[in-house]
Design a protein around this ligand. Structure first.
Ligand SMILES: Nc1nc2c(ncn2[C@@H]2O[C@H](COP(=O)(O)OP(=O)(O)OP(=O)(O)O)[C@@H](O)[C@H]2O)c(=O)[nH]1
Ligand SMILES: [Mg+2]
Length: 461
């Protein structure tokens, strides 16, 4: 039983229209009642729950009015933490919020640790671990698709699936153990077939989730893409076009970009960290030389390479060198400036050197080929399987590892059943598979893992 009351500033520190100090725990209302004076001197404490009451925070010792607030009163159990929660909605400035927090601490609250509110929601059974983790993903979502994915996990869709697998496994364990207990009724052929089928069913379900994990991670974390090419081919123009903003300087002078410019763009729901780089060429200019070095670093860091060529100048030796430099990295060759050059001719010329990189003809100037480029990026990073973001249930490495662990035990169990291995051993593997799944929802997770997960949260969440 949790018996202390925690408090924290739950909004970002800085100037804002409002700021919130949140309290949760058995003494939340009592502590708030010492600091808060309702404007109409109402008996708000004994009134209904889930209300906003207008009034002031007053220092009980000095009688100084600290801030004008709306007090949100939410009584257990229908609250974020399932405990009594009080929120002071004050003016969003560091000083008034700190003062309210200090008063709450003075009258009996303890400063909350990072993620402690959410942790209480977990400990009190309002959320399972996967749902609690998805709250960070909601906060950190970079695109609408990423948000949809996080929200589907918050609603518990992954947990439901995992829970179904766990139920099936428990059923299996029960059947296997029943057979162990009554060895004289040796396992019949039909029953063994049955067990193999069910184990195989859970195994393929788990494998399905693992397969999708890469896609889920993409929507959550995104990828890095480097735009490379020789000077003046239109790299910065491409960054601006994908960003829909004039971020990088564009001129007709080769060597305009001297440094790596990074921006996150939303490409069909996938957050892509685009790096516009200095044009690659041999140069004696010191600054440009350093820029070229950084371009090479960006290329090394990138998950995806966008290699830009210029249709109006044709393929040069420099272009060939750059194509070689990109090697067999995942990427797309873009033939730009098709509005003033023969894109098709250059395409024919470059194909033999392109390897398995798709070659696309575009014009940043007219916008030709850009929607198609975005689709190609999506297909390439999703490995050709383009699906809606919320069909990817697994986006978290920890969940993926738990599923992989489960898969190993299930394979072992199925092997055991197929080879007629001792059922005691099969039962051990099935139990271990069940436990691995519990790491996701938190039903079998150890205290220090829980600790580590919530440490990642912000204070006040
Ligand atoms: N006609 C035409 N001009 C383009 C196109 N894309 C870019 N340009 C022009 O090409 C010139 C160079 O564009 P940038 O985007 O600065 O080229 P860059 O590759 O970033 O060049 P560096 O930074 O010097 O390496 C500018 O004058 C652009 O307006 C295109 O599709 N068609
Ligand atoms: Mg540039």
């Amino acid at each position: 039983m949790i018996d202390d009351t925690i408090a924290a500033i739950s909004t970002p520190l800085g100037e804002g229209a409002i700021g919130i100090v949140r309290l949760s725990g058995p003494r939340a209302v009592e502590i708030a009642s010492k600091l808060f004076v309702s404007a109409k001197k109402r008996d708000w404490i004994n009134g209904g729950s889930h209300r906003l009451i207008y009034g002031h925070v007053v220092d009980p010792e000095t009688k100084e009015m600290v801030d004008e607030v709306l007090l949100g009163l939410m009584r257990a159990p229908h609250t974020y933490t399932r405990e009594d929660v009080v929120e002071f909605n004050g003016h969003g400035g560091i000083v008034p919020l700190r003062r309210i927090l200090e008063l709450a601490l003075r009258y009996g609250a303890r400063l909350a640790e990072p993620g402690e509110f959410t942790r209480r929601a977990f400990l009190n059974g309002r959320l399972d671990l996967a749902q609690a983790e998805s709250i960070i993903d909601v906060i950190r979502a970079k695109t609408d698709a990423g948000l949809r994915l996080a929200m589907s996990n918050l609603r518990g869709e992954l947990s439901t699936r995992v829970g179904q697998f766990q139920d099936q496994l428990l059923g299996l364990v029960a059947r296997v153990e029943a057979t162990i207990d009554f060895p004289e009724e040796d396992l019949e052929e039909v029953t063994r077939e049955d067990l193999i089928t069910i184990t195989g069913g859970v195994l393929s379900g788990v494998e399905g989730l693992i397969e999708q994990a890469a896609g889920g991670r993409l929507y959550r974390e995104g990828i890095r893409a480097a735009i490379i090419g020789r000077p003046n081919v239109g790299k910065s123009s491409l960054l601006n076009a994908l960003l829909r903003e004039k971020r990088a300087i564009v001129t007709e002078i080769p060597g305009t970009t001297r440094d790596v410019i990074e921006e996150v763009v939303n490409i069909r729901g996938i957050p892509v960290r685009l790096m516009d780089t200095a044009g690659l060429r041999a140069t004696s200019d010191v600054v440009e030389k350093m820029g070229v070095e950084r371009s090479r670093d960006a290329l090394r860091l990138a998950d995806l390479v966008l290699l830009v060529l210029d249709a109006s100048t044709g393929l040069t030796d420099q272009d060939r060198e750059i194509i070689e430099l990109a090697g067999d990295r995942k990427g797309i060759i873009l033939i730009n400036k098709s509005d003033i050059g023969d894109g098709r001719a250059l395409e024919r010329e470059v194909r033999p050197a392109a390897g398995d990189k798709p070659v696309k003809i575009i014009s940043v100037e007219t916008g030709e080929g850009l929607p198609d480029l975005e689709r190609t990026i999506e297909e390439l990073v999703l490995g050709g399987r383009v699906e809606a973001a919320d069909t990817f249930l697994v986006s978290n490495v920890r969940h993926k590892e738990a599923l992989e662990k489960c898969r190993e035990f299930l394979r072992e169990a199925r092997e055991g059943l197929l080879q007629g291995r001792n059922l005691d051993l099969v039962a051990i593997d099935l139990r271990a598979a069940w436990e691995a799944l519990g790491l996701i929802t938190g039903s079998t997770v150890s205290e220090d893992i829980v600790e580590r997960i919530f440490r990642d949260f912000c204070i006040g969440k």
